[in-house]
Design a protein around this ligand. Structure first.
Ligand code: ADP
Length: 421
């Protein structure tokens, strides 16, 4: 990683931490404001009730602390102890309304006078407010208290408190939107940078992949065009073979790119048929015989799955197995590869284990991205476009399967593929 990339990553990490801290701070702060407003509301109610006691000429004696006269089973309900039971409905309504207005409590309320002797409400009044919603059909609960009391029930208390916090909530939403936009731009910037990097790598690989065979073909053609070559049939055959080999190599690479471009432009259409996975594994190994030979590699098979007949696209599945096996051969100096299969929970698992250079933890997920090749090290010596595993993952996902990789750098990698039976 270059110094610049590291600085950018550090910058993004710090920005993410700051954004998370701002969001947490904002939420904590909103919560505090809500509790503060809630307290204010309760104090306002207490003061209004004191005023109401005075209005009906009922004294709150020193010994009778206001807190002892009010019980509140929940945030919306208050039971206010009253000695009299002969306050008429209009008086209650008028006094309460004026006390609430004095205390700036602008939410609707149901007030019911409970007669303990009769064990029922004598009446229930609705005190509307300009800001609150319409009257609903509310029956006040009977708490079973042994004394006369006035029940105050505020159905829209929560909404009212939230409406008092409107300005804070709006400013928090604006802040969150700004932060979201900022995070989005940050993500876009980072992604763009990542894409630029892999694009550069791709162009480099592309040049390398195509330039070398073309130069070799040109050189061979030059030799073949010399008249003296006709007298040396052996040399002629060698150079013709070189042209043929490089031509075939170029054709393979072009086909790979075309296949990828095709698969990118549309979703895979699977032509499913009954496939014998074990036969397919042997077919993939046999396809790679020249590379196995060239590398002096050993491939051992532990095909222990009992159920290995799949409904799958044979051609695509062969590409999956060939690609993973080819990588195991490509990225290992003297390959000793183990291919195994097992069954678990209605799936068949294929694992391809190599003894190669391995993949560092930070690259494990990236290798499945298109055009991605692990920087420095193995890609210089090995050919490729970084498309194989991206395509492999696409095929496995289309079959509702999964692919993952484990690796110990310096010791080797193991690719796991699971496919539903
Ligand atoms: P390509 O092999 O054409 O570069 P792939 O998509 O098949 O593209 O692989 C992406 C990258 O993952 C490779 O460039 C290589 O760095 C890494 N890789 C894949 N398989 C292995 C493996 N078995 N061992 C080590 N590295 C691997």
């Amino acid at each position: 990683m270059t110094l610049r990339s590291r600085t950018i990553r550090l910058g993004i990490l710090i920005s993410t931490i700051i954004i998370a801290a701002i969001v947490i701070f904002q939420l904590v702060w909103l919560n505090k404001v809500y509790h503060f407003e809630q307290k204010q509301f309760n104090h306002g109610i207490a003061r209004a009730i004191r005023g109401f006691y005075e209005d009906i000429n009922e004294s709150v004696q020193q010994s009778n602390n206001l807190n002892e006269l009010i019980t509140s089973p929940d945030d919306q309900t208050f039971y206010v102890r009253i000695n009299r039971n002969n306050i008429d409905q209009d008086t209650t309504k008028v006094y309460l309304q004026s006390e609430f207005e004095d205390e700036d409590i602008f939410t609707d309320c149901y007030a019911g006078l409970y007669d303990a002797r009769k064990r029922q409400y004598l009446y229930t009044s609705y005190l509307p407010s300009a800001t609150a919603a319409k009257k609903q059909d509310v029956t006040l609960k009977i708490p079973g208290l042994p004394y006369n009391h006035l029940t105050l029930y505020f159905p829209h208390r929560k909404q009212y408190i939230l409406s008092l916090m409107n300005i804070w909530i709006i400013s928090s939403i604006v802040l969150l939107i700004v932060l979201l936009l900022f995070s989005g731009s940050l993500y876009y910037f980072y992604r763009q940078k990542f894409l630029n990097e892999i694009q550069t790598d791709f162009v480099n690989n592309f040049t390398h992949e195509f330039k070398t065979p073309v130069s070799v073909i040109n050189l061979a053609a030059e030799v073949l065009s010399q008249p003296s070559i006709r007298e040396k049939p052996e040399k002629l055959a060698t150079y013709a073979a070189i042209v043929q080999y490089q031509g075939k190599y170029l054709q393979d690479q072009i086909e790979r790119l075309l296949r990828h471009a095709y698969s990118e432009s549309r979703s895979l259409v699977l032509q499913k048929e009954k496939v014998d996975l074990h036969v397919l594994i042997h077919e993939a190994i046999s396809n790679l015989r020249p590379l196995v030979h060239e590398k002096n590699a050993e491939i051992r098979c532990h095909l222990n799955a009992i159920h290995y007949a799949l409904l799958a696209d044979k051609g695509y599945l062969l590409i999956v197995l060939t690609n993973v096996l080819e990588n195991a051969l490509k990225y290992t100096k003297v390959p000793d590869i183990i291919v195994s299969t097992t069954n678990l929970n209605g799936n068949v698992f294929v694992s391809v284990k190599d003894n190669g250079k391995g993949i560092e933890k930070k690259y494990l997920n990236k290798v499945f991205k298109k055009f991605y090749r692990i920087p420095n090290g193995n890609q210089v010596a090995t050919r490729g476009f970084g498309l194989g595993l991206a395509f492999v993952r696409k095929i496995v996902t289309a079959h509702k399967g999964k692919i993952s990789v484990e690796s110990t750098p310096g010791q080797g990698s193991e690719f796991h593929i699971s496919l539903p039976l």
